[in-house]
Ligand binder design. Structure first.
Ligand SMILES: Nc1ncnc2c1ncn2[C@@H]1O[C@H](COP(=O)(O)OP(=O)(O)O)[C@@H](O)[C@H]1O
Ligand SMILES: CC(C)(COP(=O)(O)O)[C@@H](O)C(=O)NCCC(=O)O
Ligand SMILES: [Mn+2]
Length: 910
C-alpha cells in the first residue's frame, strides 16, 4: 500500500487544520490573553486498507410521485395566478370547510397522505419487539395529512368555486377512503358565515353540494380554542414593532375576550369549550376601513390601501391636541401635543378638496381611527367582565404591524397595562377552522400539540387564484411560480414592513410610522401561516425530565446578528447543495429546473426571514435547518446526498475490520476511551458544515478520518469522560438509545463500534436514526443494510442484529453461519420521526417513544442533535452528548472554544 504517500497527505491535512487552529488561537490570545495548555498526547488508530465495494443503500422515496405528464400552463404566465393543468394527476384531497364572510371566503381543507413509509421488515420487527400495534390508530383523518388555509374575496366567489372544483375538494369525503360506518356525507360541506346562507344555491348549482350551516360564533370560538390549545406559539403580542410569541397554558386559557375583526366586529367572552357569550361588537370594522378607504383613495384592492398607509402621515388629516393648544401638551389630563384629538378633524379647517390630500395620509388616518376605536371598545368590554386577556382575530389585522401596534397601544394604555392584547397567527381562519371541527368524524378533538407539525408555508405563494381542470398536484405549479418570481424580481422577498415606531408620546398618541417605500407583499397573510401537518404517531419523548421546560434550540436567533450569521451560512451553502441535489437526480434537465426552483424558493424564504424573523412563528436554528430539507423535498429531491453517503459507507466499511481488531487488542478502559475518541473524530464527516466540506477536497475519507483521530487530545472542550468511565464500571445499562448522525465513518467507524462495546457489556442497543434524509445523515431505512454489512466482520454485531431481527436476508452471507443467536442482547433500529439534522424531542416517532420506555442510557451524537439542539436538555436517565464542533462561531458561543473542539458531556439521571 502506498503508505508514504498517504502519510504525506495526512501530514499535509494535519498541517492545514493546525494552521487554521493556530491562527484562531492567536486571534483569541490577542484578544483574551488566553493561556491554554493542551495535552499533546497522540495515538495512531486506524488502518491502511483500501475501500472495496459493499452494501447497497435503499432509495428513500418520501412522497408519492406526481404525474406531471401533459402538464401545461394555460394563459398568460405573467398573470398573477397562472392556470395550470395537470390532466393526469390524481390527488388525495378530501374534507373541506368554508367560512363565507362579507368580504372574504376562507377555506380550510385537509389533504390526506398515505402512510408512505412502507411497513418494511425493520418496522415489523421493531413493532414486535417493542410491543407496538396499530391499535391506537383511529379513522379519518387522523391517519395523517395536512390542513391547508386559503382565502378568496367574496366578490370573486367564482374563483373560489373554480378552486374547489379543480381540486375536487367538494367530492373528497369519508366514504371514498374509509368504510367505518360513517354515514354518507359526500355532497355536504360544512360552512359558516353569512354566505353559507346567501350562496347556498350557488354551491348547489355549481358544485352539486349542500352547505351544512354552522353557527358563526360557535365556529369562531371552536377555531380559537383549537388553535390556542393545539398550536405551539399561536398567540403573540405586538407592541411598538416588537413581536413576541406567547405560550398559553391550555389548562389556563379561560376566560378570555375574543375580538374578531372581519367586515364588522364581534366581541365574545369565552369561558370554555362551547361556553361563550357575544357580549358586544361594533359596526366600525374591516369593511369600514376597506369601504371608506376605497371611496376616499380610489384604491383597487385592500392590499393597495394597506400598502398606502405605510407611507402615510396622518398629521395632515388628524387634528392633534397640539393643533388645538398651539403646539402645547394638555398635560393636566395627560394629553401630549401629538395625541390625536379628532380623527380627520384637520380637514374641516382647511379649504382643501379630497383630491388635494395624499391617499397615503388618508389611508393611515383611517387605519388608525378604526384600529384605535376597536382597541378601545375591546378594552371596555374586557373591563366590564374583568378579563385580562384579549385575543384579536379576523382578516382586518392581516399581520400588519401598524394595525397591531395601534390596537395594543389602545388596550395597554386604557387598561394601565392590566389587560393584554394578543394576536393569532391564523387570525382570519378561526371560523373556517371551527366549521372544519364541526364535522362529526374529523378526529381532531383530542389532537395534541405534539401531533401537529407546522411546516414553513412552502405552498403559500402559490395557493389561491384560478386553477382549472382536474385535480392538480403542485410540483409543476410551484416550479413555474418560482420561475415567475425570478422575472418579477423582488415580489416574493418584499416583506411586510416592520414599522419601528418612534415611541408613543402620551395618551393615545403615536408618531408617524417610519417605514418608507416598502411594498406590502401581495398575499402577506397567506405567507404567514404554514400548512399544518397532522402526524398522529408523534409523541413527546418520554425521557425528557420536564417537557414543559424543554426547549430544543440552544442558539437564540432573536439576536439579530446571530440570525444574520446563520441565514448567511445557509445562503452560502446553497450553490453546493443545489449541485448535489441535481446530481442526485441524474443531472437531467428536469432536475436542473427543479434545482433552480428550489434555490429560488429557499432563498426567498431566507430573505423573508431576514426581514421578518418571526414571519413563520417562533424561529430556531433547528427550524431553519429543517426548512432546507423540507424545501428540497417540496421540489422532490428525495435524497441529495445519496451517492456521497454510499461512497462513504463503502470506504468506511472496508476499514472497519482492522479497527475492530485494533480495539479488541486493548484493555477495557483504554478501549472505551478509544471508542469515544472514535465517535468524536468520525463526526467530522458533515456535509452541512462549510469548513468540513472545504477539508474534503484535501484528502480521502480514510485520510481525513485518521487525521481527525490523530488530533484527538484530552481534555476536550467539555470532557466528562472520566465520569462516564466510572459509570461504565458499574452494572451495565439495560438499554441504550444511540441517536446516530452521519453516514460513512461517523456511523461505521464511530457509533457502530460504540454500540458493539455496549452490546458486549450486555446492554441492549437501539440505534435511533432519521425517518427521512437530511444532509448526509444516515436514515433508519439505510441502517439495517449497514449493520448487516458490518456484521459480516463481527460476531458480536451479528448475533445482536439477529437477536434484534435486523439480519433476515443478510444471514446467507455471514462468514460464520452458526446460528446460536440466543446468547446476545438485541441490536435494533428505530426511526426518530424527523427529517432534519436536528431533533425536537417534543415530537418523536411512536417507535422511539416505545423504545425509550426501558432505556436507561441516552447517547446523542453530532452537532445538530447534541449542540444546535439538546445540549441543555435534561433527561430522566443517564445521558451522554458527543459532538465535534464544526463551526467557529458556534464553538465560541456555546463552549467558549474553537472549531474542531470536541464535546463529551455526561449527565447522570436527574
Ligand atoms: N385581500 C383582502 N380583500 C379584502 N379585504 C381584506 C383582504 N385582506 C384583508 N381584508 C380585510 O379583512 C376584512 C374581512 O375580514 P374577515 O375576517 O375575512 O371577515 P368576513 O368574514 O366578514 O369577510 C375586510 O373587511 C378587510 O378589512
Ligand atoms: C447541519 C449541521 C448541524 C450538521 O451537523 P452534524 O449534526 O452532522 O454534526 C452542521 O453541519 C451545521 O451546523 N452546519 C452549518 C454551519 C457551518 O457551515 O459552519
Ligand atoms: Mn448530520
Amino acid at each position: 500500500m502506498a503508505g508514504s504517500v498517504q502519510n504525506q497527505q495526512q501530514q499535509q491535512l494535519l498541517g492545514i487544520i493546525e494552521e487554521e487552529e493556530e491562527k484562531l488561537q492567536k486571534q483569541k490570545e490577542e484578544t483574551e490573553g488566553n493561556n491554554n495548555n493542551n495535552n499533546n498526547t497522540r495515538k495512531q488508530v486506524g488502518s491502511d486498507m483500501a475501500p472495496t465495494a459493499g452494501n447497497s443503500i435503499h432509495r428513500s422515496g418520501s412522497r408519492p410521485q406526481l404525474d406531471v405528464s401533459k402538464a401545461e400552463i394555460q394563459g398568460n404566465v405573467e398573470e398573477k395566478y397562472p392556470t395550470i393543468l395537470l390532466p393526469n394527476q390524481s390527488d388525495d384531497l378530501s374534507h373541506l370547510a368554508l367560512d363565507i364572510g362579507g368580504s372574504l371566503i376562507k377555506l380550510v381543507y385537509f389533504s390526506r397522505h398515505e402512510d408512505q413509509s412502507a411497513d418494511d421488515k425493520r418496522k415489523r420487527s421493531v413493532k414486535e419487539r417493542l410491543g407496538l400495534s396499530n391499535g391506537n390508530r383511529r379513522s379519518f383523518p387522523i391517519l395523517g395529512g395536512r390542513l391547508h388555509f386559503v382565502k378568496f374575496e367574496t366578490r370573486k366567489i367564482n374563483e373560489c368555486l373554480d378552486f374547489i372544483y379543480s381540486k375536487q375538494l367538494h367530492c373528497g369525503g369519508l366514504e371514498s377512503h374509509y368504510s367505518d360506518g360513517v354515514t354518507d356525507q359526500n355532497g355536504i360541506i360544512k360552512a359558516t358565515g353569512g354566505g353559507a346562507y346567501k350562496y347556498a344555491d350557488l354551491f348547489k348549482e355549481r358544485l352539486g353540494v349542500s352547505l351544512d350551516k354552522e353557527d358563526e360564533m360557535n365556529c369562531l370560538v371552536a377555531g380559537a380554542n383549537f388553535l390556542l390549545k393545539a398550536i405551539r406559539h399561536e398567540a403573540f403580542t405586538h407592541m411598538e414593532g416588537h413581536k413576541e410569541f406567547v405560550q398559553i397554558d391550555p389548562n389556563d386559557l379561560f376566560p378570555y375576550l375574543l375580538v374578531n375583526i372581519g367586515s364588522g366586529v364581534s366581541m365574545i367572552k369565552v369561558d370554555g369549550d362551547g361556553k361563550f357569550e357575544r357580549v358586544s361588537g361594533t359596526n366600525v370594522g374591516g369593511g369600514t376601513y376597506w369601504g371608506l378607504g376605497r371611496l376616499l383613495t380610489k384604491c383597487k384592492s385592500f392590499d393597495e390601501l394597506l400598502e398606502l398607509s405605510q407611507k402615510g402621515d396622518n398629521r395632515t388629516m388628524d387634528m392633534l391636541v397640539g393643533d388645538i393648544y398651539g403646539g402645547l401638551d394638555y398635560s393636566k389630563i395627560g394629553l401630549s401635543a401629538s395625541t390625536i384629538a379628532s380623527s380627520f378633524g384637520k380637514t374641516i379647517s382647511e379649504k382643501k378638496e379630497l383630491e388635494e390630500y395624499r391617499p397615503e395620509d388618508i389611508s393611515l388616518s383611517l387605519l388608525r381611527m378604526i384600529s384605535y376605536n376597536i382597541g378601545q371598545i375591546a378594552y371596555l368590554n374586557a373591563l366590564r367582565f374583568r378579563l385580562k386577556r384579549i385575543f384579536f382575530g379576523g382578516f382586518f389585522i392581516r399581520g400588519h404591524a401598524y394595525t397591531m401596534d395601534t390596537i395594543s397601544f389602545a388596550v395597554h394604555f386604557w387598561s394601565n397595562g392590566e389587560a393584554q392584547a394578543m394576536f393569532l397567527r391564523h387570525e382570519g381562519f378561526l371560523g373556517a377552522l371551527g366549521a372544519f371541527m364541526s364535522y362529526e368524524k374529523h378526529g381532531l378533538d383530542d389532537l395534541m400539540v405534539h401531533q401537529l407539525v407546522e411546516r414553513f408555508p412552502m405552498g403559500a405563494p402559490y395557493t389561491g387564484g384560478k386553477i382549472h381542470g382536474p385535480p392538480l398536484g403542485d410540483l409543476n405549479e410551484k416550479i413555474s411560480w418560482m420561475e415567475k418570481f425570478l422575472q418579477k424580481g423582488t415580489e416574493i422577498t418584499a416583506p411586510v414592513p416592520m414599522t419601528p415606531l418612534a415611541g408613543t408620546t402620551g395618551l393615545g398618541g403615536f408618531e408617524v410610522p417610519l417605514s418608507k417605500g416598502n411594498t406590502l407583499r401581495s398575499d402577506a397573510s397567506a405567507l404567514n401561516v404554514g400548512v399544518l401537518h397532522l402526524v398522529p404517531t408523534l409523541e413527546v419523548f418520554p425521557l425528557l425530565a420536564d417537557p414543559k421546560l424543554y426547549d430544543p434550540n440552544t442558539i437564540d436567533l432573536s439576536d439579530h446578528s446571530e440570525l444574520e450569521y446563520w441565514l448567511t451560512i445557509l445562503s452560502e451553502h446553497l450553490p453546493d447543495l443545489v449541485d448535489k441535489a441535481v446530481a442526485s437526480e441524474g443531472g437531467t434537465d428536469d432536475a436542473k429546473r427543479r434545482g433552480d426552483a428550489f434555490a429560488r424558493a429557499f432563498s426567498a424564504h431566507l430573505a423573508r426571514l431576514m426581514e421578518e424573523p418571526s414571519a413563520y412563528g417562533k424561529l430556531g436554528l433547528a427550524n431553519l435547518l429543517e426548512m432546507r430539507e423540507e424545501c428540497l423535498r417540496e421540489f422532490q429531491f428525495a435524497d441529495a446526498y445519496r451517492s456521497i453517503k454510499q461512497r462513504e459507507n463503502e470506504a468506511s466499511l472496508a476499514v472497519l475490520p482492522d479497527l475492530l481488531v485494533e480495539l479488541d487488542s486493548m484493555d477495557e478502559e483504554s478501549r472505551l476511551l478509544t471508542l469515544i475518541e472514535g465517535v468524536l473524530a468520525a463526526n467530522i464527516f458533515d456535509w452541512g458544515s462549510r469548513a468540513c466540506v472545504d477539508l474534503y477536497h484535501k484528502g480521502t475519507i480514510i485520510e481525513i478520518y485518521r487525521m481527525s483521530r490523530n488530533k484527538m487530545r484530552r481534555p476536550w472542550r467539555v470532557d466528562d469522560f472520566d465520569e462516564f468511565k466510572e459509570r461504565m464500571k458499574m452494572p451495565c445499562h439495560k438499554r441504550a438509545l444511540l441517536f446516530v448522525d452521519n453516514s460513512g465513518a461517523d456511523i461505521v467507524l464511530g457509533m457502530l463500534p460504540l454500540a458493539r462495546e455496549l452490546l458486549r457489556r450486555g446492554t441492549e442497543v437501539v440505534l435511533v436514526a432519521n425517518s427521512l434524509p437530511a444532509l448526509n445523515d444516515v436514515t433508519a431505512m439505510e441502517l439495517p443494510d449497514i449493520v448487516a454489512e458490518a456484521a459480516k466482520h463481527c460476531d458480536i454485531l451479528r448475533r445482536a442484529a439477529e437477536a434484534g431481527g435486523l439480519l433476515v436476508d443478510a444471514m446467507i452471507n455471514t462468514s460464520d453461519s452458526s446460528k446460536e443467536n440466543s446468547s446476545s442482547v438485541p441490536l435494533m433500529v428505530v426511526e426518530n420521526g424527523c427529517g432534519s439534522p436536528c431533533i425536537d424531542l417534543r415530537q418523536v416517532s411512536s417507535e422511539l417513544a416505545a423504545a425509550a420506555k426501558d432505556a436507561d442510557l441516552i447517547i446523542l451524537e453530532g452537532m445538530g442533535r447534541a449542540l444546535h439542539t439538546n445540549l441543555n436538555a435534561l433527561f430522566k436517565q443517564d445521558a451522554l452528548k458527543l459532538a465535534m464542533v464544526k463551526n467557529q462561531r458556534l464553538a465560541e458561543k456555546l463552549v467558549k472554544g474553537n472549531i474542531y473542539d470536541c464535546i463529551c458531556k455526561y449527565e447522570p439521571a436527574s
